[in-house]
Ligand binder design. Structure first.
Ligand SMILES: [Zn+2]
Length: 546
């Protein structure tokens, strides 16, 4: 990551001043680039001098980075990672993030988080098994009983990049009443609101919903509004994984717009997309119309997206809610019986009201087992369910699904190739969408490639290859826009007095190396990373809790 610094300059890395000279500056606002010099002092951008050189006296003694022929951008801001546990437990945390230029990450998305841990140990166990396909294994010692404990743990450490979080409504609901299907009682709602208050007081940037997931899939308008309003009182944003992204897309978008409007909270729809082959190239336009109509009326509604046509989720999302029990152990027991498999076969081959049947909308052959939990299911890794059925000589995919859920207790990660590239491009060019990775940390040797490639892939495909967006617009979608959405003040912008999170790279050479068949290689091409005014060298942590 040393870029074009000289040997002798490396000795000056502790120097508090850095001068980046002659770079092509993309400031994160979406404005066209300009040649400028940037002087960094005490962690902040002190001066940006456009057109003319900084006076020698102003930058005397500074470490000089010659950025001739390079672009200089704000560090990338990923407001949707699932690194809640990885940032505390994974010794490699930061490597793939920094290789992509991510200098700030927000966790706690999709209603999913390891905090607050339910006091009831059974619910706790159930929660961790349920969310592990997204956030990775919750190792001993990591459960946090409260947001205070969680943020104290974050504050007590140094991270390679800046870390922030959202309060996850799914975790809050589980802490209050497990995976119970019923609505909150008044006392339970009060408990949930107190937890959200606590999170906001501990620094949460807002609240996240995961309406497709248990137990939030049982929550209705009024309950969601009360939860969102609590975050709104503290100036938070609502980000939401909506109830359905295929057949239910338009209705689901309408639902969250209504919740946000009633709760008076800014809304960001997470990983906006249309899934299911018959919805391709049509449903997304109807959903966009709903959002634009709300925006015209003055409501603050935005969305984010990732640049891949496959989505990551868990095998449990294929199971119709009519079969779901209050515990995964009960469901596993049911699916290990013959009559249970029969019921699953009957239910999975029909449409259900208010629930999206991915098997019918996407097809078994487009569902890839990306992270089996048990050694004995390793043969499934990276293969479609249809392929595995043939290989194992099973009756059909339902039998495989029942077996995997029964044996792995719902902890199997999948990639569903559920989207059309045209739709992704439609979303990417909208003026109110920003880029996210939605990275999952459970994939082991076969994660979704978006963990390792999202940010450079966006520039490579959408800017360099397809020329759908200008570089400055794309950079704004990776920096200023997501930062503003999360209320991160000046982060994500190159301007005077802003925290100095800065990247220097050759825009032709910055590239992703991960894809579905080979998802592990990290990105390459970032020459210099500066976080909070300090140049990042291997194993150094300059990130802050933000
Ligand atoms: Zn999600």
């Amino acid at each position: 990551m040393a870029g074009k610094r000289s040997e002798s300059q490396d000795q000056l890395l502790t120097n508090k001043n850095i001068l980046i000279k002659n770079g092509n500056i993309y400031d994160g606002s979406g404005d066209a680039p300009q040649k400028a010099d940037i002087l960094i002092e005490d962690g902040l951008i002190k001066t940006i001098q456009y057109g003319i050189k900084l006076q020698e006296t102003q930058s005397a003694g500074a470490l000089i980075i010659d950025a001739s022929g390079r672009v200089v951008t704000p560090g990338f801001v990923d407001i949707h990672r699932h690194a809640d546990v990885a940032c505390l437990a994974d010794t490699c945390f930061g490597e793939t993030e920094l290789a992509q230029g991510i200098t700030t990450a927000i966790n706690g998305n999709c209603g999913i988080a390891p905090v607050p841990a339910p006091a009831n140990s059974e619910w706790c166990e159930e929660l961790y098994r349920y969310i592990e396909p997204v956030i990775g294994t919750v190792k001993a010692g990591l459960p946090f009983a409260s947001y205070g404990e969680y943020t104290a743990a974050i504050r007590s450490r140094k991270f390679p990049l800046n870390i922030g979080f959202l309060t996850a409504a799914g975790a809050v609901k589980t802490a209050v009443k497990g995976f119970d299907k019923g609505p909150f009682t008044r006392a339970e709602m009060e408990k949930a609101q107190n937890l959200i208050e606590e999170a906001m007081n501990c620094g949460a940037h807002g609240i996240s919903f995961g309406l497709m997931y248990r137990p939030e899939c049982y929550s209705a308008l009024e309950e969601l509004t009360l939860l969102a309003r609590t975050a709104a009182k503290h100036g938070g944003v609502l980000t939401t994984h909506i109830r359905g992204e295929g057949e239910l897309l338009v209705r689901s978008v309408e639902e969250v717009i209504e919740v946000a409007q009633r709760a008076e909270i800014p809304l960001n729809i997470s990983h906006f997309k249309a899934t299911g082959i018959k919805n391709w190239r049509s449903a997304i336009f109807r959903a966009i119309d709903k959002i634009e109509a709300a925006r015209v009326k003055g409501q603050d509604v935005t969305a984010d997206f990732y640049p891949y046509d496959g989505g990551s989720t868990t095998l449990l999302s294929l199971v119709p809610p009519s079969l779901l029990e209050t515990s995964i152990a009960e469901l596993a027991k049911k699916l290990s019986r013959k009559d249970g498999v029969e019921t699953l076969r009957r239910e999975i081959n029909k449409e259900h009201e208010n629930w999206e049947n991915m098997v019918l909308s996407v097809g078994w052959d487009r569902v890839i087992i990306s992270s089996p939990f048990l050694e004995k299911n390793e043969d499934c890794r990276g293969k479609s369910m249809t392929f595995i059925v043939r290989e194992r000589g099973l009756t059909d995919e339902t039998e495989l699904l029942a077996d995997l859920i029964a044996s792995e207790k719902g902890s199997t990660g999948i990639i569903a190739l559920s989207m059309a590239q045209d739709d992704i491009e439609t979303i990417a060019v909208l003026p109110w969408t920003c880029l996210i990775s939605d990275s999952l940390y459970s994939g082991g040797s076969s994660p979704h490639p978006r963990l390792n490639g999202t940010f450079p892939k966006f520039l490579r495909v959408f800017v360099r290859e397809k020329k759908l967006l200008s570089m400055e617009t794309a950079i704004a979608k990776m920096t200023g826009m997501p930062s503003r959405r999360m209320g991160l003040l000046n982060r994500g912008f190159l301007k005077e007095k802003a925290p100095a999170d800065i990247l220097v790279f050759d825009s032709e050479k910055f590239t992703d190396n991960a894809d579905y068949t080979s998802p592990l290689p990290h990105a390459e091409g970032i020459e210099t990373i500066i976080i909070n005014g300090k140049i990042v060298n291997k194993n150094e942590c300059h990130g802050l809790f933000i």
